[in-house]
Design a binder for this molecule. Structure first.
Ligand code: CA
Length: 529
């Protein structure tokens, strides 16, 4: 008995300082990084090695089912900040949504709890960052070479490659931080977003070795509904000359342009001479796409390596929670596609690697349904700050400690809105479980359901909705979808602006459309913020 008390007291003493100590939070976030292109995920195509990202996995936890509630950039970022679905944080799409900076975010709450807060890199929420002691962001989507940025409201012109610049800004901020406070740093990359422009040092990194093709590169969409058949995101039809680097980006300096031309021009010459068509054209585009997309990830991985080294050099390794995630997944030629948006696995799932020193067993793997909805609560939990009841995720702490609660979510609600531009993916909502996806495509010219079974059909090529063998599953999942919608306070009808298809002038609810892009900045070639 006495011994038990002593052991408990000793455990309490060990626990107390750790609980009182507020860890730093380094949140490294990329844009459109597919888990297929992160070697810790062991994708069968083995597209490239990411040794530095893999180190986060090796010293922390790798999540195999990190899902986003709406697979596009701005909405995902709004969810990260608020811990809420888009119908509550108001950011539905990249066309006409604007983040209301007055709303509650985990950043403001961390700042209130004594954290020093900063964001560098891509922001993409239209309104300025709120709740940060320091911000230094790309305007809008940002550009890859020599990007203009905005530092605490002031325009700054940078020279160099965007991923290196963002890493430099993150390194610099950590070095100059207020050492009396714990910090939150959000280091948010543009890469590997379209148009997938690598650092000049990585041009030709693959030595022209062919990249393996996904099995569904020539998917014919048979057996699936109009939404899948009628999208506009294929390598065959949607891929543009600038996507293919048949034209050079406008913002290169003359010296950079020479290096750019030295790689692309001889290969483009051969392409123009060969004039491939049909499947051969798709194959050529896929190879160019992979050279560029994966090339972007090389600089990203190097940047992660520099940040991990910095934590070591600054003696912060044991006190810093490191999170790596992307804002959604991405298609690397699967179904013939690039881009994202769908409830299907490649876009629904993101890479998620978390290192929580002292809590997480190194090299561990978690297969539960987790989400970027959970980040806000995880960070507040780590800081020992109260978690507001209106957040809709859940702290990942128990999972990171290796103990998934029995009542952890077994189903996940998904809702995509933006239509028709830019890729004509029809709005859909659905419920996702470990095995199944029940999807309702409901707008504007469709109203039908599909059921996918990842166990039988991992590539999601078959719709089992009308198969009598799946009737019981459909009957189980439909009420589950309704239950989730009630629990998450999803409105019966999304507001019209959710879709981004603005009402026409004169229609009820019509607003002035977004102004066209401002005149190009002569120096950088970038649109002014
Ligand atoms: Ca994105």
């Amino acid at each position: 008995m006495k011994r038990h008390v002593l052991v408990l007291a000793a455990l309490f003493a060990l626990w107390l300082p750790a609980a009182e100590r507020k860890p730093n939070i380094l949140f490294i976030f990329s844009d459109d990084h597919a888990y297929q292109a992160l070697s810790a995920y062991q994708h069968p195509l083995k597209l490239l090695e990411t040794p530095h990202l893999d180190r986060i996995a090796a010293t922390g936890m790798r999540f195999t089912r990190a899902l986003v509630p709406n697979s596009i950039c701005g909405p995902s970022r709004a969810t990260v900040l608020t811990g809420k679905y888009n119908h509550l944080n108001g950011f539905y799409n990249n066309t006409n949504s604007r983040f209301d900076p007055a709303q509650q975010t985990f950043v403001k709450l961390l700042k209130g709890a004594g954290y020093q807060t900063a964001v560098v890199g891509k922001w993409h929420l239209v309104s300025n960052p709120a709740g940060f002691d320091h911000w230094h962001i790309l305007p809008g989507q940002g550009i890859y070479y020599n990007p203009p940025m905005i530092r605490n409201g002031e325009r700054v012109q940078h020279e160099g490659y965007v991923t290196d610049i963002i890493t430099d800004l993150a390194v610099d901020w950590i070095r100059r931080r207020d050492k009396t406070k714990p910090f939150l740093l959000m280091a948010q990359h543009k890469a590997p977003h379209r148009e997938w422009s690598p650092a000049l040092r990585h041009l030709g990194w693959d030595k022209d070795e062919p990249h393996p093709e996904p099995a569904t590169l020539f998917d014919d969409y048979a057996g699936r509904g109009l939404a899948v058949r009628d999208q506009d995101m294929t390598l065959a039809k949607t891929f543009t000359p600038s996507d293919a680097k048949l034209t050079a980006p406008a913002s290169l300096t003359p010296g950079q342009r020479a290096a750019w031309n030295a790689y692309y021009e001889p290969r483009n010459e051969k392409f123009r001479a060969d004039q491939p068509t049909g499947k051969e054209l798709v194959r050529w585009r896929y190879q160019r796409y992979m050279h560029d997309y994966l090339g972007c990830i090389k600089a990203l991985d190097e940047g992660v390596g520099r940040l991990l080294q910095l934590l070591k050099d600054e003696g912060l390794e044991d006190d810093t929670l490191v999170v790596y995630a992307a804002d959604q997944g991405f298609y690397l030629g699967e179904h013939g596609w690039f881009d994202k948006r769908w409830i299907f696995e490649e876009s629904l799932r993101t890479p998620l690697l978390i290192r929580w020193p002292g809590l997480t067993k190194p090299g561990s793997v978690n297969h539960d349904l987790v989400s970027n909805l959970d980040f806000a609560e995880t960070f507040l939990d780590a800081a020992g700050a109260p978690i507001p009841a209106d957040m809709q995720g859940r702290s990942l702490r128990p999972l990171l400690a290796g103990q998934t609660p029995a009542d952890w979510r077994k189903s996940f609600y998904y809702h995509y809105y933006e239509f028709p531009t830019p890729h004509r993916v029809r709005p859909h909502e659905g419920v996702v479980t470990d095995r199944f996806k029940l999807v309702h495509f409901y707008k504007p010219d469709v109203d039908y359901w599909e059921l996918y079974d990842r166990q039988k059909d991992p590539q999601e090529l078959r719709n089992f909705y009308d198969d009598p063998a799946y009737a019981a599953e459909v009957a189980r999942l439909k009420p589950e979808l309704e239950r989730l919608k009630r629990q998450l306070a999803v409105p019966a009808q999304p507001p019209r602006e959710a879709f981004g298809d603005l009402p026409l002038a004169g229609e009820p609810g019509a607003k002035a459309p977004k102004p066209p892009l401002k005149k190009k900045d002569k120096k950088s070639g970038a649109a002014k913020p």
